[in-house]
Ligand binder design. Structure first.
Ligand SMILES: [Zn+2]
Length: 384
């Protein structure tokens, strides 16, 4: 660490940061429970107002929670700004906190539902703003924070607002969790989602089997065709993740529904894969197949703007005494896909280090809290 960095190094308290994260983790926020998410939105809105941020809260739609947008107390509204992006929902059902994901600290690991993806990172964004306010300092560029209520289901109700906010941004910093030893994310695959509805003809499985046309048998053929599009070398994966169909074990099934997830490394590959999936035809002409869907999150690569932003962050990390690397291409989507696809230099994965996103062992590393918050502060101080 050089002297300059030392003298500028903000005084951050890991215990205080963890206490703030704990406040947010202990309000459980499954994406589909808008009322639950809004209880956390209330808390976050209150914390933002306490530091003097100008807050705008947009009521949720379709049962989801509200969208929060905040501006730091300083900066002009007509200037390009740094957008900090986070989500307040988690994949965990209410009750996880009391059972599978009790909040607890074991050595360097701190557990809790959604603590890694991504309540820590979301909290760190607010903590960073609070830090500047306390020190009476401002950043060269205005700073805005946006908290989304339903990222884990693809941000269906907030996408337009994310894109509108991103269009005015000079940089977008996404506070999603760090990867594999503190790496940040500079490229993400695109995500496609599809539903395939397969018809058939019901018949008694014992008496009139020959009259039936099995939608599930057709589904089996379609599943093999869809899964066969996976090409690891090309970075393309297809997954039939949900199957439902049939009405009774003694009935030839007249309907079956498949839900399909697609991941692609770039837009051209995505267009081709989408066309293939939407073009799937029934193999049994008596079993009509209807496919709907398309790309949900566009892919993004490490373009020159993203590379320059990453290099800058890497230099700041070196001043702070640690090495910052990036992951070449992650299959996980985030709201960073939307901002990067608009051409806004986007750096993702700036949140806490840890592991087990969406899993039973979801955890953050306590030792990463100050380091990652420091890196965020330095980014906010130095981006121009
Ligand atoms: Zn996330």
């Amino acid at each position: 660490m050089n002297d300059n960095a030392k003298s500028n190094a903000p005084r951050l308290d890991a215990e205080e940061i963890l206490a703030g994260i704990r406040r947010w983790v202990e309000i459980e926020t499954p994406s589909h429970d808008g009322a639950a998410v809004n209880r956390l939105v209330d808390t976050v809105e209150g914390e933002l107002r306490t530091i003097g941020a100008r807050v705008e809260r947009t009521p949720g739609r379709d049962g989801f929670g509200d969208v929060l947008q905040a501006k730091a107390p300083w900066g002009r509204d007509d200037e390009p700004y740094i957008l900090l992006l986070g989500h307040l929902d988690t994949v965990h059902p209410t009750g996880a906190l009391a059972t599978t994901h009790r909040f607890r600290r074991e050595g360097d690991s701190v557990f809790g539902p959604g603590i890694y993806d991504m309540k820590s990172g979301s909290y760190m964004a607010l903590h960073a703003l609070r830090h500047f306010v306390r020190e009476g300092r401002q950043t060269p560029l205005p700073v805005r924070i946006m908290y989304v209520p339903e990222e884990e289901v693809g941000s269906p109700t907030s996408r337009a607002a994310i894109e509108a906010e991103a269009r005015g941004a000079k940089y977008c910093l996404v506070m999603e969790p760090a990867r594999d030893g503190g790496r940040c994310v500079t490229a993400r695959k695109g995500v496609g989602r599809f539903v395939m509805q397969i018809g058939g003809r019901a018949a008694h499985a014992g008496v009139r089997h020959q009259d039936g046309r099995s939608a599930i048998k057709e589904a089996a053929r379609q599943i093999l065709a869809i899964e066969g599009m996976t090409d690891y070398a090309a970075g393309v994966t297809t997954n039939v993740g949900l199957v439902s169909g049939g009405s009774g074990v003694n009935v030839v099934p007249a309907a079956c529904t498949l839900e399909i997830d697609l991941r692609v490394p770039d837009a051209a590959t995505g267009d081709a894969a989408v066309a293939r999936i939407l073009g799937l035809q029934a193999q049994d002409p008596d079993c009509p197949v209807v496919v709907t869907g398309g790309m949900n999150r566009p892919p993004y690569g490490k373009n020159p703007g993203i590379a320059a932003l990453f290099d800058h962050a890497r230099g700041l990390a070196a001043e702070l005494g640690f090495e910052l690397n990036d992951v070449p291409l992650t299959g996980g989507g985030s709201d960073g896909n939307f901002t990067a696809a608009l051409g806004i230099p986007t750096l993702d994965g700036l949140g806490a280090d840890g592991r087990g996103a969406h899993a039973l062992d979801e955890q953050i590393y306590y030792s990463s809290l100050v380091q990652r918050t420091q890196l965020l502060l330095r980014l906010l101080e130095t981006l121009r």
